[in-house]
Every structure is written in C-alpha cells, then in structure tokens.
Write a protein that binds this ligand. Structure first.
Ligand code: NAP
Length: 288
C-alpha cells in the first residue's frame, strides 16, 4: 500500500516517523520543502505537489495548519481532489471546521473517493510516541480498513458518525483544553504570587483531583521558560474560534471558552506570540 502524507510540521513529522517505523512506505509533500528534511532523512520519499501525491498514493493523510490550508490542499487547482482516482482514501487530521469536513466528504464521494475527518489529541509528545487519540467522522467501513495503519501512530481510535463528527469531537476536546490551559496558568500565577515553590505545586496538584495533561506537559515547560511550540498558540486560537462559531450556530453560550478566546486573542493578535506554544499564555501576566 502506498501512503501519502501532506504536512510535515510538529505533528506530521512524528506521525510519519511512526508510519515508517511500522514498515510503511510514505511519500510526503509540504509547503516548505526544507521542513520535510527530518522525515526524508528517516526514509520518506519527497514528491513535488499534492497532485503528484494524488496520482500515486492509495491512502493520503493531511495534517496542515488552518482550514484555509486544508481547502488549498484538497480543493486547489493542483490539489488532491482534482487529481484523485476512485477507490482512493483521504484522511484529514488537521483540526479544522466540521462544515469543511462535510464538504470534502461529499465532494470525495461524488468522485468515488472516501474522505474521513480524523483530528487527533495527545500533543507533540503523542505524535512522537505514537500514542495519539483519533476522533473520526465519515464512512465507518473506511475507518475499519485503515485501523491497522492508524494504530501505528495512535493508542485510541474513536468513531463518532458521519463527516464532521470527528471535528465536532475535537471541538469538545478543545473546549476542555480551554479550561485546563487557563486553569493551569492562573494556578501557577497565583502560586508564585503567594510565594510558593511552583515546581512543588505542580507535583502536588498532579497527584490529586486537579491533575491534567496541560499542567503535566506544559507546567514544567513554563518553569523552564521554554515557550517553543508543542502546540502553537495561533492554532489554539483557531480552534477556539471554530468551537465558538459552531456553538453560536447551535445557539449555545460557552462563557468559559469565550474567556479563553479573549485571552488567546490578546496573546496572539495583540502581543504577537502566536508562534509560541500555548503555555506562553502566562506571558499575559509575566510581561506586565
Ligand atoms: P505545524 O507544525 O505548523 O505543521 C503544519 C504543516 O503543514 C507545516 O509543515 C506546513 O508547512 C504545512 N502546510 C500548511 N499549509 C500547507 C499547504 N497548503 N500545503 C502543504 N503543506 C502545508 O502545525 P502542527 O503543530 O503540526 O499542527 C497541525 C494541525 O494539527 C493543526 O491544525 C493543529 O491545530 C493540530 N493539532 C496540533 C497538535 C499539537 O500539539 N501540535 C495537537 C493536535 C492537533 P510549512 O513548513 O510551510 O509551515
């Protein structure tokens, strides 16, 4: 089986390395060729465009940044669907809009191409260690076909329903993360102001009812003043915007998520820290 992969960033690189380790042949394309160096050195084969990938690969994964990147890769002139062939499978793992997942699913179906939305959770560490959780929407039979392949980079694969349902599940995940990131940041700011040892606070909280992934993963990075992105702040703001737009369409008010969006808007748009990791939220307090 020939596998194609578009997007060799933080997440794509880890996932591709796990596919290669499992013995699959992977052809890759990325907007900036130089950023594919790590996976090419690990054994992936570079191709020059999404079109070339669509002509050769049986299963194509995409893991790009924003919904507009997904549109370009799938719907552009040189994109996947314009060069697809019947029987092919395409899996978008980008965190993107449920409505776009539905559109791609339907357009694919008209061409005999099965498209899944399969966003993931587990961070840069999960991608590297092959322990991601995948949330899937689209034809269930296609997922069954891909299960062995996807197990090479994930520990859990959960099916939610038709196209877009995977993205909706991911939005629920991001609404949860909105709480853990703001909670973790405020807990650390508070602890420091109270004169506590922040490292001891993290260790203690991680052993009790407040334990969570954000604190366990990003708390130590904050203490080390390491703001390199496991998860880009600009991507989290993108997710909060999608989640709140979807909630609004359902006439739902999510004030906690709206607060997180306000804080990340300040961090990304006003203070220009979008290329930092999400843990940089603490800069809103510490730069003052
Ligand atoms: P990233 O490091 O920015 O990777 C995105 C990659 O996609 C980059 O290599 C980028 O190329 C490439 N790309 C963008 N547009 C493209 C296009 N039109 N054609 C070809 N390649 C294109 O981001 P990431 O952290 O891997 O995240 C990817 C997605 O996963 C995002 O939607 C994010 O929200 C989601 N996600 C991230 C995490 C995490 O912890 N990092 C966890 C779960 C989900 P360049 O080299 O030119 O930039």
């Amino acid at each position: 089986m020939q596998i194609g992969f578009i997007g060799t960033g933080v997440m794509g690189t880890g996932i591709i390395q796990n596919l290669l380790r499992a013995g699959y042949q992977v052809q890759v394309f990325n907007r900036t060729k130089a950023h594919a160096q790590t996976v090419v050195a690990a054994g992936a084969q570079w191709v020059d465009s999404p079109a070339a990938l669509a002509e050769q690969a049986d299963v194509i994964f995409t893991m790009v940044g924003f919904p507009q990147d997904v549109e370009q890769v799938y719907l552009g002139e040189n994109g996947l669907l314009a060069h697809a062939h019947p029987g092919q499978i395409m899996v978008d793992m980008t965190t993107s809009k449920p409505s776009l997942a539905q559109k791609l699913g339907q357009l694919g179906q008209e061409q005999g191409v099965a498209v899944l939305d399969a966003p993931v959770s587990g961070g840069d560490i999960g991608a590297k260690n092959g322990t991601l959780t995948v949330m899937v929407g689209g034809p269930e039979a296609t997922l069954k076909q891909l299960q062995p392949l996807m197990t090479s980079f994930s520990k859990e694969i959960n099916y939610f329903g038709s196209w877009g349902a995977g993205q909706h599940a991911k939005m629920a995940n991001q609404i949860m993360i909105a709480g853990t990131m703001t909670g973790m940041t405020e807990a650390l700011v508070y602890a420091r102001h109270a004169g506590l040892d922040a490292k001891q606070v993290i260790q203690t909280l991680q052993g009790g009812a407040a334990a969570n992934f954000s604190m366990g993963t990003y708390g130590p990075r904050i203490l080390a003043q390491d703001y390199t992105p496991g998860f880009f702040a600009k991507h989290f703001l993108k997710d909060l915007r999608i989640a709140l737009a979807e909630a609004e369409a359902m006439h739902l008010d999510l004030p906690g998520t709206a607060t997180a969006k306000r804080l990340y808007t300040e961090l990304v748009d006003e203070r220009h820290h979008g290329d930092d990791g999400t843990q940089a939220l603490i800069k809103l307090w510490e730069e003052n």
